[in-house]
Design a protein. Structure first.
Length: 505
């Protein structure tokens, strides 16, 4: 039997009050409530008995109505089955406070939390999850602080605030938000959440790299030709046009999700598995990525908008004809770029990033392309593809390694084959949702999977060098691609050398 090495057991989280602002919204019902239910009702039952969940929103609802909405969210969106005994226990944790918006209403919240803590012998440990638009972050943190709801780092209990991406819309606004947060909170109390970092394949990157000698010894410029990171979305902008037409693919995906993937791929071995050491190693990668000059933007970045096409059996209109999109919009629905990590390990190795909406498939993957063989022996007469390590983040989490093998038969015929691991099939277990892991880490106070202020600003510094060029040029240089394809031809013709091409996830 294979030995399972347990480096750390899941621990029951300390009892706390979890306050969700925007609790009647989509994020809360699709992700947060189902994730908390799974933590409470699956496997180890990680929530402490005293833990309470307080939903807060402007919408008028009774506690019973809120619980019915929560049950519906769990039944529709949780990957764990709803069991009546588990639900009854979880429902008893749910409370709701409506009309939360004005500064005075936060004093009502304080009184309710104090009442809950006194009734249940619950220590004053408080988590505030801001499931709110980014522009509301600072105002709501100020109201939480002014109402006396936040303890200092060494106070009577812990106080932690969770904020969703994006942090700002450019470098200046990101710096302003970080400075504003630091007026009221210590950095140790701020959890900037990026749900990609809770995905099983992303979390396994550290183990794959630093737990397998075969990979770590060849994880460098001597053996790797290039790296491709793809995050493709099947849908168009849909009902998000009002937000998306002011954001675009570069802000929405590259600055946060894709840069975080890049740091895990390119980081040096951390001194330890502690949050500070891992985040420091990731930050060093961002420090080694230099902002682009205007000339480099023109040569290393492609942007595009989708035109009419067929997606998943449906006809999608031009992006410029989507409801809520300005007819002269210069917002990109696709971006591809080439960048370099300028350090000893990765000198000269290009990293290719691409993301877009209305593409051929919904998928996220990282492809590590190793250097090709010299043109002798088998490669002398045949153009052999190089080995590729493909990390599948979604869907079908797992990874595969392409190798060259001989086909059965009397002649010498060779072709690439896949050595494949699919997580769910291999481990015969339910894969926890990303928000389960991230909420668990918030409750235990582990910031390993979260982004600190300097990471946010370093990412924006690179992205800003591209935004500045695009702002001056308007729609000049905007390519197009039919919906349902893999993007514009320019993404390959302009960025890729002749000997390689984008891999379809």
């Amino acid at each position: 039997m294979d030995e399972v090495v347990r480096l750390a057991e899941a621990e029951q989280v300390p009892p706390c009050s979890i306050v969700i602002f925007g609790a009647s919204g989509d994020l809360a019902m699709r992700k947060l409530i189902p994730a908390l239910y799974s933590l409470d009702c699956c496997g180890e039952r990680l929530l402490a008995e005293e833990t309470m969940i307080v939903g807060c929103a402007r919408r008028q609802m009774t506690i019973e109505e809120f619980r019915r909405h929560a049950r519906d969210g769990i039944e529709r969106f949780s990957n764990a089955p709803l069991r009546e005994a588990c639900w009854e226990r979880f429902a008893a944790r749910l409370d709701y406070l409506s009309g939360i918006e004005s500064p005075e209403s936060f004093h009502h919240l304080k009184a309710r939390l104090e009442q809950i803590e006194a009734a249940g012998a619950l220590p004053p440990n408080r988590i505030f999850y801001l499931a709110l638009p980014p522009e509301a972050i600072l105002e709501w943190v100020k109201r939480i602080h002014d109402a006396g709801l936040i303890w200092p780092p060494q106070g009577r209990g812990f106080s932690r605030v969770v904020v969703e991406k994006p942090i700002g819309v450019d470098l200046a606004s990101a710096m302003a938000i970080n400075q504003g947060l630091h007026q009221y909170l210590d950095e140790s109390q701020i959890f900037r959440i990026d749900h990609y970092l809770g995905k099983e394949t992303v979390r396994n990157l550290l183990v794959l790299r630093f737990g397998n000698s075969i990979f770590e010894q060849i994880w460098n410029a001597h053996h790797i030709d290039h790296v491709q990171i793809t995050v493709s979305e099947l849908e168009g902008v849909g009902t998000r046009a009002g937000y998306y037409d002011h954001a675009g693919a570069l802000r929405d995906m590259v600055q946060n999700h894709m840069f975080q993937l890049l740091t895990l791929i390119a980081m040096e071995p951390p001194v330890s598995l502690g949050a500070e050491d891992i985040r420091g190693a990731k930050l060093n990668v961002l420090r080694a990525i230099k902002p682009l000059t205007p000339e480099e933007v023109h040569g290393q970045v492609v942007r595009a908008q989708y035109t009419a096409g067929h997606v998943d059996g449906r006809v999608l209109p031009d992006y410029l004809k989507e409801q809520g999109v300005a007819p002269d919009s210069a917002t990109e629905t696709f971006v591809a770029l080439k960048l370099f990590v300028n350090n000893w390990r990765w000198s000269g190795v290009p990293f290719y990033l691409r993301t877009g909406k209305a593409l051929a498939r919904r998928a996220s993957s990282v492809a590590i392309h190793f250097k090709p063989l010299p043109a002798i022996l088998f490669a002398e007469r045949h153009s052999l593809p190089a080995n590729v390590l493909n990390l599948r983040i979604q869907p079908d989490e797992g990874f595969s390694l392409s190798v060259i093998a001989k086909q059965p038969g009397l002649d010498l015929s060779i072709r690439p084959v896949q050595m494949n691991l699919q997580y769910e099939r291999e481990f015969q277990a339910r894969l926890p949702e990303a928000y389960e892991m991230l909420l668990y880490e918030v409750m235990t106070g582990d910031q390993t999977l979260f982004v600190d202020s300097e990471m946010v600003e370093r990412s924006w510094r690179f992205v800003q060098s591209i935004l500045d060029v695009w702002r001056r040029e308007g729609r000049n240089g905007m390519a197009t691609y039919p919906a349902g394809t893999w993007g514009p031809e320019e993404a390959e013709e302009k960025l890729m050398p002749n000997q390689c091409a984008w891999i379809e996830p």
